[in-house]
Design a protein around this ligand. Structure first.
Ligand code: TXA
Ligand code: MG
Length: 329
């Protein structure tokens, strides 16, 4: 969907006035504010209900615009930006002096990303500065992948939602840190580990010394309905038992429904990871509204193209409706 110049102009006026604008990226929708305006950034945290210690990604147009935000551009980061920007990759770097603490959660690093969506690019070009933006959902909830999802999450907490259609990727960006001579994978996403390694060589996994990424909390990205990941061979027996017990179930799988029942809501997603990832969050939202006692998700292959999907499913399964950790059986 192409940018509408009048809406972009309206969005820029709002950003300049310290307001919030939700906008599409190719990953998920973001809730944006002028990254140089701490009062505007504070409105993001209020609208999301997010703890202020959680740092935000600064969205920029590209590598040239990165310089004002960072103290150092290691060769690894330059190569990654050259290879994957604009695109679904966020790079954590040492921050420049004067970057507002509201953005960085008081840390010494800043996360930067140049998104590829034409509406995001038009907005960044017209605004001229960095736009701080987390995913445009209430804290701890599923990221929005279309404009209607943003309205559902934030209602009148956001002044304007730019509609760029459904997101192409549908899962949040890959996050890497380029710090202290090491490249560390902090969050898996559409840019895979091997794509990163093709550019910069071996990369490390996050450990206790890595920058904190609250998006890695186990309970993030969760629907309200309890969700469990089920081995494909166990799915049918589980469904039989639940239906026999009169339970209403929702299921996400890569195959079609094996039984028809008005107690069963079935969403079949793509067999390929790109298509699956694009529609997963929309399916979770839909099934969250289905009035089911549980959402069962058929487990996904344990290989690299599915890594980001497996990561988000694990987090969604970590918290049920009552906040309890759900049992996968
Ligand atoms: O695809 C995306 O990344 C979307 C779109 C809107 O760009 N944004 C997004 O933002 O997912 P958010 O805030 O929901 O998740 C960003 C994650 C958070 O877990 C945050 O803690 C982490 O990035 N982060 C931000 N700055 C960081 C930093 N300086 N060091 C480590 N982690 C950081
Ligand atoms: Mg988020």
């Amino acid at each position: 969907m192409l940018p509408d110049p009048a809406r972009i102009e309206e969005a820029v006026a709002l950003l300049n006035a310290g307001g919030l604008v939700a906008f599409p990226t190719e990953t998920v929708y973001g809730l944006g504010a002028d990254a140089r305006n701490p009062a505007a950034v504070a409105r993001i945290f209020a609208a999301k209900g997010r703890p202020v210690s959680h740092p935000l990604i600064v969205h920029i147009s590209g590598i040239a615009a990165a310089q004002e935000w960072i103290a150092d551009l290691p060769d690894s980061a330059r190569r990654l930006a050259d290879a994957f920007w604009p695109g679904p990759l966020t790079i954590v770097l040492p921050k420049a002096v004067g970057v507002p603490a509201a953005i960085t959660g008081g840390q010494s690093t800043v996360a930067l990303r140049a998104p590829a969506h034409p509406v995001a690019r038009a907005l960044l070009a017209a605004f001229g500065g960095g736009i701080a933006a987390p995913s445009a959902n209430r804290y701890g909830r599923i990221s929005p992948t279309c404009a209607a999802d943003v309205h559902e999450e934030l209602g009148d907490r956001v002044a304007l939602v730019l509609d760029g259609g459904p997101c192409e990727v549908g899962l949040e960006s890959t996050i890497v840190a380029c710090l202290g001579g090491r490249v560390t994978l902090l969050r898996p996403g559409a840019v895979s580990r091997s794509q990163l390694e093709d550019v910069v060589g071996p990369i490390a996994d996050a450990d206790a010394s890595s920058p904190r990424v609250p998006g890695r909390d186990r309970s993030h990205y969760a629907p309200r309905t309890a969700l469990a990941i089920i081995n494909a061979a166990e799915l049918l027996p589980q469904i039989d038992r639940a239906l026999a017990a009169g339970e209403r179930l929702a299921v996400i799988a890569r195959s079609s429904a094996p039984v028809i029942s008005d107690q069963l809501v079935w969403r079949q997603l793509d067999k390929q990871p790109a298509g699956y990832g694009r529609t997963l969050y929309a399916a979770l939202r839909e099934l969250d509204r289905a009035g089911a006692a549980r959402i069962l998700v058929e487990d996904v292959p344990d290989d690299e193209p599915w890594a980001a999907i497996a990561d988000r499913l694990r987090r969604a399964a970590a918290q049920g409706a009552d906040g309890a950790v759900t049992d996968a059986t």
